[in-house]
Design a protein around this ligand. Sequence first.
Ligand SMILES: C[S@@+](CC[C@H](N)C(=O)[O-])C[C@H]1O[C@@H](n2cnc3c(N)ncnc32)[C@H](O)[C@@H]1O
Length: 214
Amino acid sequence: MKKITTKDSSITFYNEKVQDYYHSKSGAKEEAFEKHAKALNIYSKKNPVIFDVCFGLGYNTAAALDLIKGKAAIYCFENDIEILKKITEIDADFKSYNIIKKFIKNFLDNNIKIYEENNIKLVMIFGDARKKIKNIREKADFVFFDSFSPSKMPKMWTKEFFSDIREKMKQNSKLSTYSCAKFIRNNLKEAGFKVKDGPIIGRNSPGTIAINIK
Ligand SMILES: C[S@@+](CC[C@H](N)C(=O)[O-])C[C@H]1O[C@@H](n2cnc3c(N)ncnc32)[C@H](O)[C@@H]1O
């Protein structure tokens, strides 16, 4: 796991096994705010339920917590202890990162999966997100989909997984992802989503917003 400083001064890592970065080198913090939390207008919904699919360093959840004023529940899907351990070693520049750190420390030290503070509830769903999603009872208003890239981890970008995620989303809820690849958008469409361009941030091409119009 190699530590990298991205162009907005925020830290990310390179995973040697997967041979991929956890974030865009143009700015890890910027990516969390602009491609996910702000791109989905998460503050437009009262008491949102959010799924952070591929939690990693927790930047997308931290950005969401920085923007949300009231109550929120965030389900955090991750399957690698090593990246969670990194959270305890870094200081990321989000107002809410101390909440993320406490949540992860409780999970790593005592296997406590639920963290509650004021109006915020964070739930760790540890394991393969493709299996775990099927057992989630609550439905999401927003989904941050932030897998390693389609070329490095194609099994995460399938029609089947997108369908299983969509099953657990409310009507008119939205999913964000950084990829705009045609086959990814086709898989999203085949899973029943309507797709549109997300913001263009740090790359030449836009991300994707997938809307669950049932
Ligand atoms: C591109 S990184 C996500 C970056 C993250 N959003 C952040 O803010 O750091 C992809 C993450 O997906 C996790 N992952 C890979 N396969 C997974 C699976 N089958 N289920 C759950 N998480 C998985 C990896 O361990 C990694 O942390």
